[in-house]
Design a protein around this ligand. Sequence first.
Ligand code: NAP
Length: 524
Amino acid sequence: MNTELLQNFAAGRWQTGTTEGTTLFDPVLGTALVRVSNAGLDLKEAFSFARRQGGSAMRALSYKQRAAMLEEIVKVLSENKAAYYDIATANSGTTTRDSAVDIDGGIFTLATYAKMGHKLGDNHMMLDGERIRMGKDPLFQTQHFLTPTPGVALFINAFNFPSWGLWEKAAPALLSGVPVIIKPATATAWLTQRMVQDVVNANILPVGALSVICGSSSGLMDQLEAFDVVSFTGSADTGRIIRSHPAVAEKSVRCNIEADSLNSALLDPNTQVDSEVFQLLVAEVVREMTVKSGQKCTAIRRVFVPAPLYQATAQAISAKLKKISVGNPRNETVRMGSLVSQEQHQHVLSGIATLKQEADVLFDGNPADLVDADKHLAACVAPVLLGTQTPETAQVLHDIEVFGPVATLMAYQDIHQAYALIQRGLGSLVMSVYSDDPSFIAQTSAVLGSHHGRIHAISPDVASLHTGHGNVMPMSLHGGPARAGGGEELGGLRALNFYHRRTALQASTSALDALAQTATPLVY
Ligand code: NAP
């Protein structure tokens, strides 16, 4: 076998797996790229080294010093960006624009946390809230404070964001002083491994603060101990395995799960077909279906429009989808590249077949030829818009997430029915609402807030300002209740809570004064 076997960085040194490993492929050309293996690695040593060496060194630094390290990481990643784009094209099959969402999105997130971290100053802990009196006498009070957990953070990530998925988790962890071990999804592990390699080689972080283990997930969870944390992104099925692992169930290892989600878009019932609000919905649905070939956990999967606008919406979205060229991302005329692997290709095709049992096909770009790519070889799927005018009788349309360029248009009769149908997603990462009526947006937020981590409202006054339904911004919460995993990430400094322990100090005013001298008030 002549492809390179990527090295793991564990226990402070580069280590090669002892088996031939798993091969990563170019999903467009079908060529073998690199291999990954962690066979033979001493996982116990890797975790205890990170905990002991990496953790102590990181906690000895202040927030400001760690923020400066994040800044240095941003510089190194920015300098090496060209190589990352090449890897993304080869291994993820993404166009330059789609690779940017992952690569520049990750760097932007790091830079944002570096900026926030500087403001936390030279301290090593944070105050949470005000002092609270516990009796009549104000001398004895309680003050909550936060200190970094003295464990390691294990990240088990999904295939669709090998860069952003790493840095959106690592930025708050490293800023908190918690060492990181990243296990990327095997199909696209190359980009994650290269980024870690560049950062390790630049000697920015203390040894043990950042490790990468590629390949099998076997045995990783078994290494977790009390005070460690695990953050998982991936399918609901694997999420269940993580949540029920003895480390979580018996040792109270803190666990964050970001799983799948049937995100919605909702059009105001009073919308006119020739209005700007209507056009905004159409443009956003097309964008969400096609960016990264729909392989975004936040992508719009269900589109709810008033019944009288169903046909017009179907036509308007289809007209735009028709213009999306699909194929080899190296060809500049291509708007949408491929899915990440042949396995995903099969999953998406069978998912579409399942959804079709309950929906009509309103648009299917697949009969057209691919640009610069072999239909029988490339893992490309063109956009597919499905639709139903009776969404209340559907089951799978509210249940199955097809992780590709696929969405289902649904007609609703009145707004109460629309709300009830959106709730059948059983908890989603994000929904978007399209309206020029602020009170409708407020009402929708009140009714559907409990079912979503984020509500993105698009009105004509923010048409050119809004950040996009599916774009996850570091200052805003990412994660969703129930089916979406129940996790919370980002949200500015809120993300630091996961990596800190909260303690209440009940003491005299003078002792609380002394504590306050060494801690930064946490202001979100
Ligand atoms: P997956 O099959 O669950 O894999 C996710 C990660 O878990 C991979 O690193 C995988 O490693 C690892 N893994 C698999 N089995 C494991 C086990 N028994 N113990 C520990 N780790 C294990 O999910 P996927 O197919 O890569 O990702 C697609 C899904 O992720 C979609 O449903 C999507 O909605 C969701 N997603 C959610 C978010 C979010 O933020 N909420 C973001 C992106 C994606 P291997 O690759 O080596 O198998």
